[in-house]
Design a protein around this ligand. Sequence first.
Ligand code: PEP
Ligand code: MN
Length: 341
Amino acid sequence: MLIVMRPDATAQDIERVNDEIRRRGWQPHAIAGGSRTAIGITGNPGAVEPEPFRVLPGVADAVSISQPFKLVSREVKPEDSLVRVGNLTLGGAAIHVIAGPCSVESREQIISTAQAVKAAGATMLRGGAFKPRTSPYEFQGLKGDGLALLAEARKETGLLVTTEVKDTATLAAVAEHTDILQVGARNMQNFSLLEAVGETRKPVLLKRGISATIKELLMAAEYIVARGNTQVILCERGIRTFENMTRNTLDLNAVPMLKALTHLPVFVDPSHGIGVRKAVPAMMRAAVAAGADGLIVEVHPDPPRAKSDGFQSLDFSEFEKAMGEVRAIAQAMGREMVRLG
Ligand code: PEP
Ligand code: MN
């Protein structure tokens, strides 16, 4: 249920509606929007009777939400949500590119990559420190040392950083060092982790699970937003299909579907999406053409020697060239590709 307030509703009218919701044991959620003030209701076990809300002063309407995801739905908030990361604004007309290695490996590696991706037009740096690997015998990341190196790269270049939060045990340490908390595909339905990142006020990049439907991705986002953290970016990163010539099947269908279903920004990860280095630039271009609000791309100084995902990482010159092509697509789409400085 969504309570839509009249434009002339007072703060007292809004508080009265909130009190009525709480009195029933449910939770009110203020939906910030340019064109109207609205209050979402969660925690109701069944359908909400609209009439008792419709008669309250300042209420324009009480409408039921048809989708199972409520707070992230476009029905609740027609305008695009903007996510603020430091001094950057993600979503709306802007396109941002996050780039960097799959894993932080050394000071030299992360700083040289940060400088190169910044020069090529990325606005944020990625790099895994706590890595969720398929095999326990593969490189697990530099962990705390990796976080410290990301902080150094951030200081050196001014690039904001995103890194994966693998579990609730490391959340506090990761949150202290990162500007965006990345929830990985393997954790998309780790509900304790979703609830915990929902309690923080850090922006979250939520990646689609390997076999998750679009609806399941939106329900996962709902877990975070229902805890009060509205700063969520969704990320299509490829799904598992019968096709095995590529690592995953980048589901670009998800981009226009998500843009219609939710107000949250939608990013695409073409690196994990296709998993074939030479093919990544084509999927960067296609993602922007499909309406993505940003990209997260793996870039490494020496991909064949990378400790993880080298086969899908671009080197510096491949990334620079791909960024030029993406800029042309962004312009054709009437989007603004943000650059720093
Ligand atoms: C990654 O970004 O390196 C990563 C592990 O991604 P995903 O969770 O999408 O597999
Ligand atoms: Mn990776």
